[in-house]
Design a binder for this molecule. Structure first.
Ligand code: SF4
Length: 199
């Protein structure tokens, strides 16, 4: 068995011990399903550093190392973060990037400088000041962090950025072009928590 700590937009967040290979859909059901019957948008299956997986791919996963790996992510710590359709993915990444920026101990340059860049660039996109080349800039910064740091925090900070842009590029591009969120206003207003979209 493995313990999964299910948090985010579920009706019964908590710790669930299930056999490896349990379908994600079953784990989600154990956690009471997506709150208020909303649609699942995405899930981070293995803690905040694990690459995000879009809903459709996640619903096909079983909770084991191979299946999550095939979906492009990691089982990691088993900290499952569920995000429903009210989630602004730019806001979510801003929050995650801020965490790694704050956690960097500053010992090595790629992490110390890079986590700062990642947070600041995502922050300006979220707040309507994104620039046309910001997504390429973010990719470039992550490439210059990955594998070049003393501990794993550099990689941990980079993987969310790479995966959010890979799977939700349209949402980031919309923010940059229109200086506002792609998530419909009525859904934004219904959202809550760290990943609530800015109205
Ligand atoms: S990678 Fe690790 S050691 Fe290097 S600055 Fe970041 S937290 Fe410190």
């Amino acid at each position: 068995t493995k313990l999964f700590s299910v948090s985010g937009h579920v009706n019964r967040p908590g710790n669930y011990e299930v056999p490896l290979g349990t379908p994600f859909a079953t784990l989600l059901e154990m956690a009471g399903g997506v709150r208020r019957g909303r649609k699942l948008k995405a899930c981070i299956p293995g803690g905040s550093s694990a690459p995000v997986v879009p809903a459709a791919a996640m619903m096909d996963c079983t909770m084991d190392y191979d299946s999550i790996s095939k979906a492009g992510s990691m089982l990691g710590s088993g900290a499952v973060i569920v995000m429903d359709e009210t989630t602004c993915m730019v806001k979510a990444l801003e929050r995650l990037s801020f965490f790694y920026y704050e956690e960097s101990c500053g010992q090595c340059t790629p992490c110390r400088e890079g986590t700062s860049w990642l947070y600041k660039v995502v922050h300006r996109i979220e707040h309507g000041h994104g620039r046309p080349d910001d997504l390429d800039l973010l990719s470039s910064v992550t490439s210059n962090i990955m594998g070049r740091t003393i501990c794993a925090l550099g990689d941990a900070a980079s993987m969310p950025v790479q995966s959010f842009i890979k799977h939700f590029r349209d949402e980031f591009a919309y923010h940059i072009e229109h200086r506002k969120c792609l998530v419909p206003v009525e859904l934004q207003r219904a959202g809550s928590g760290f990943f609530k979209a800015s109205v």
